[in-house]
Write a protein that binds this ligand. Structure first.
Ligand code: HEC
Length: 446
């Protein structure tokens, strides 16, 4: 982890709002596109297989269109997947600065796997282009005049295309699992130490639950974006085949409705499983807004399915997108709340680093408990109210004026109250710890 520590600088308190916003924007770009990539490549591979097996041209056509349209354009994968993942990984490393949590290395591992996955999926996509060029070439010649070489080349490209597609999808899923794992762990400070290796991540029920949630979400956005990219975007598909359009409409609307109905269940379970300190009014409000948008999306999709009202396609797409944005904001609120103890400590470190770089004109001759208190403790503690840590008036009586005992705790804090996350070690010298302890006890007695 030392390597990353040198790479990232700890954020100061003023940095925090900006970091939260960067994180929200990155996730809001990343999740929808990731969902389209997973859903698009899965459906394309599946319908390609089904089309060849049943000799169904509609399925084959859909297999090609769905990957072409849902991966948008050649560079979209890099801009919408790789860039946000790297940005998310860097911001997370700043949030989690100096904690030994496995998340940070997992983020970077998943970024590398995503990169390979995106390359493969786009090779799969290009395979369809090559196939259609070969098809039109073949249609120019009578069957017996097609050279053997051309046939060989065709079956080779077809094989490779399938191989790239499958590998790309599998790697995307692996990367997404690791990514989900690191987010799950990062948001749960109490469990940072419980996940020492990748193996413990693989066996975590919570990580699997969040991963499943991601897959269902992938199908919701896939259904919605098929409706949008097939029928609205740039005028929609030009071919006049009504049977094909009918199939696509029915399939994607049903897919959206089913996933949009399952998602709230996961939203709810995820909500219950949040660590206690993660809840805040923001978390409640944005969960509610997301839930509402999913309902609206379901209704639009139902209108598309029942009355073939294609005009509601954009409605489906944008309400699912809005739901994603609300979920992302909610997650960021929850994350920010639950790592607060850690970030406040990191902010202090950052401010100290800043001070160190300024020239010091006056040397402090004596250790002042009050100064240390104001500089190190006041961000998390008040005497009579709960801040990040418990109020002193609740915890100090326990020490009964025992200065040595209190100083020992401040010098090396241990886990005490299950209602709070553990207090981060403040890195004080024993003499400093004693000075603060003395100051606290004196102030408390007054
Ligand atoms: C980043 C936030 C943070 C900072 C900074 C911080 N604390 Fe704490 N403190 C906590 C939390 C959280 C707890 C509750 C820990 C627990 O119950 O396990 C706590 C608990 C305590 C307790 C009660 C321990 C007990 O026996 O219940 C004392 C005393 C205390 N802190 C003193 C200090 C002093 C002195 C400083 C400054 C040198 C300081 N804290 C700085 C977060 C902080």
């Amino acid at each position: 982890m030392n390597f990353f520590e040198q790479l990232v600088i700890p954020p100061t308190a003023e940095n925090m709002p900006l970091l939260n916003i960067v994180q929200i924007v990155s996730f809001a770009v990343f999740y929808p596109f990731l969902g389209m990539l997973i859903g698009g490549s899965f459906l394309s591979l599946y319908f390609n297989y089904l089309g060849n097996k049943r000799n169904n041209l509609i399925y084959n056509m859909f297999a090609k269109d769905v990957i072409m349209k849902l991966t948008v354009s050649k560079n979209a994968g890099y801009v919408m997947i790789i860039l946000p993942v790297i940005s998310i990984a860097i911001v997370f490393s700043r949030f989690l600065y100096s904690s030994d949590v496995i998340s940070i290395s997992l983020f970077f591992v998943s970024a590398v796997i995503y990169l390979i996955a995106v390359i493969y999926i786009y090779k799969y996509r290009t395979g369809f282009h090559i196939s259609s060029v070969l098809q039109s070439y073949k249609s120019l010649l009578p069957e017996e005049k097609i050279p053997g070489e051309a046939k060989e080349f065709e079956s080779k490209t077809l094989n490779e295309k399938q191989k790239y597609g499958k590998l790309g999808l599998i790697l995307t899923l692996v990367a997404s699992f690791l990514f989900t794992g690191s987010i799950t762990i990062a948001g749960n400070v109490r469990e940072w130490q419980d996940f020492p290796t990748i193996l413990s991540v693989i066996f975590s029920g919570k990580v699997w639950l969040n991963f499943l949630d991601l897959l269902i979400f992938a199908f919701a956005i896939t259904g919605a974006s098929i409706l949008f990219f097939f029928f609205v975007w740039q005028g929609g598909i030009k071919s006049g085949d009504e049977k094909y359009k009918g199939f696509v409409t029915k399939f994607s609307a049903s897919l959206t409705i089913i996933s949009v109905l399952i998602l709230p269940v996961f939203l709810f379970i995820g909500f219950i499983l949040l660590p206690r300190q993660a809840y805040s009014s923001g978390v409640f409000i944005f969960s509610g807004l997301a839930f509402f948008c999913l309902l609206v999306a379901g209704n639009f999709a139902y209108a598309v399915l029942k009355n073939s009202e294609i005009k509601f396609s954009s409605g489906v797409f944008f309400s699912v997108l809005l739901a994603v944005i609300f979920i992302v904001v909610k997650n960021q609120f929850a994350f920010d709340n639950s790592v607060k103890v850690h970030t406040v400590a990191v902010n202090q470190r950052a401010e100290e680093n800043l001070k160190k770089t300024l020239p010091t004109t006056t040397k402090i001759a004596e250790i002042s408990g009050e100064d240390i208190y104001n500089g190190r403790c006041a961000a998390c503690h008040k005497f009579d109210a709960k801040l990040v840590g418990p109020p002193y008036k609740e915890t100090l009586p326990k020490y009964n004026g025992d200065l040595k005992k209190l100083a020992a705790y401040i010098y090396n804090p241990t886990k005490i109250n299950p209602e709070y996350p553990p207090m981060p070690n403040q890195g004080l010298k024993m003499a400093e710890a004693e000075a603060v302890a003395k100051f606290l006890l004196e102030k408390y007695q007054k």
